[in-house]
Design a protein. Structure first.
Length: 349
């Protein structure tokens, strides 16, 4: 019984070994056939590439130049190709980088066609992106033009220059109080400038609440974006120069009170005339600078403290949102702060 079992197992093992060998042989044959097919395919591809190379190499110098590549492809594909596309093909297949294709670098017409189709797709995508960019830039240009038309930032005309000087009459009239010693000096009444100032001051004071009315008018008009920027700037600056004239009066009053507290005689020592003359001369020099600069077409933005403050208040193109609506700078800053706060809250979560 045991002998029969051993014989049966031995026969079974032999059959398994034979089956394994048979399968190995079949696999080897399949690999050989695949290798043969690959070799035939490579040989056919090489022949096709060589035949195409000979067709393209019209001068038979052993390489295909950019011109020969363009001519050959246009002849076979029956379509006109741009120099840019042909240069793209040359760059893709020219492994040596010498600007020409040698036989070992040359490929079949089908591969050239596939590469051309890929280049065409890329060019179409680029054209779409450029078209979108052009539309975006056109919209931005239209918005910038609309903003520019709304906010007059153009070069001031001669009329604008003259008008821009008029607001400084407001601080000049209010500042005449500091020139009372000079304007009432002996012989001043014969000075034409003093006479003109006296007439203007009389007219100014004849209007009820003239100072307050002038302040409201300048403040209202300075917010009109249709007015030239130079005019708006000078209106704002005239207001703040006038406000600045309050400070010398306060300092003079404090000085006199302080000296009066020491003794009645000490109060008389306060140099009221000298102090008033200095303030008046400073005012005249400031207004002369502002007027001359404005007449020359330059923004008078060199007054200490005041000019910088006025410049910060002036509306600019960046104060308009994407829809062309005017948004003051303080509201923009508040909006940016809120956005940053929301972003920080989201990050913390």
């Amino acid at each position: 019984m045991n002998s029969r079992t051993r014989l049966y197992d031995s026969a079974s093992d032999n059959e398994k070994d034979n089956e394994i060998e048979r399968l190995k042989l079949m696999a080897a044959k399949l690999r050989a056939e695949a290798a043969s097919l690959e070799a035939e395919k490579a040989e056919a591809y090489a022949r096709a590439a060589e035949n195409a190379f000979r067709q393209f190499d019209t001068n038979e110098d052993g390489e295909v130049s950019l011109k020969e590549l363009k001519t050959g492809l246009e002849k076979i594909l029956k379509t006109e190709l741009s120099d840019k596309r042909v240069e793209g093909l040359m760059k893709e297949f020219d492994e040596s980088g010498d600007g020409a294709l040698q036989l070992e670098e040359f490929v079949t017409v089908d591969r050239f066609r596939n590469a051309l189709e890929q280049l065409a797709r890329e060019e179409k995508e680029l054209a779409r992106e450029l078209a979108k960019q052009a539309e975006k830039e056109a919209a931005e240009a239209a918005l910038a033009e609309a903003r520019q038309n709304f906010l007059n930032e153009s070069t001031p005309t001669n009329r604008d220059k003259l008008i821009s000087c008029l607001p400084y009459l407001f601080p000049l009239m209010d500042g005449l109080q500091y020139g009372r010693f000079l304007l009432s000096a002996e012989g001043a009444e014969s000075n034409p400038a003093v006479v003109i100032l006296a007439l203007l001051y009389t007219l100014y004071r004849s209007i009820p609440f003239s100072g307050f009315a002038a302040f409201l008018a300048l403040n209202f008009l300075s917010n009109n974006p249709r007015l030239n920027r130079l005019v708006r700037f000078n209106m704002q600056q005239a207001i703040f120069v006038d406000i600045a004239l309050i400070l010398p009066g306060i300092l003079s009053g404090i000085g006199q009170v302080a000296l009066g507290a020491l003794s009645p005689e000490a109060k008389e020592l306060f140099p009221s005339e000298l102090f008033s003359d200095a303030i008046f001369f400073t005012l005249l020099i400031s207004l002369a600078y502002c007027s001359i600069s404005s007449l020359l077409g330059y923004t008078p933005d060199k007054l200490p403290v005041i000019s910088q403050y006025v410049s910060d208040r002036m509306p600019t193109i960046d104060m308009f949102d994407d829809e062309g609506r005017f948004v003051p700078r303080q509201f923009q800053e508040n909006s940016e702060d809120k956005d940053e706060s929301k972003k920080d809250d989201q990050d913390s979560k």
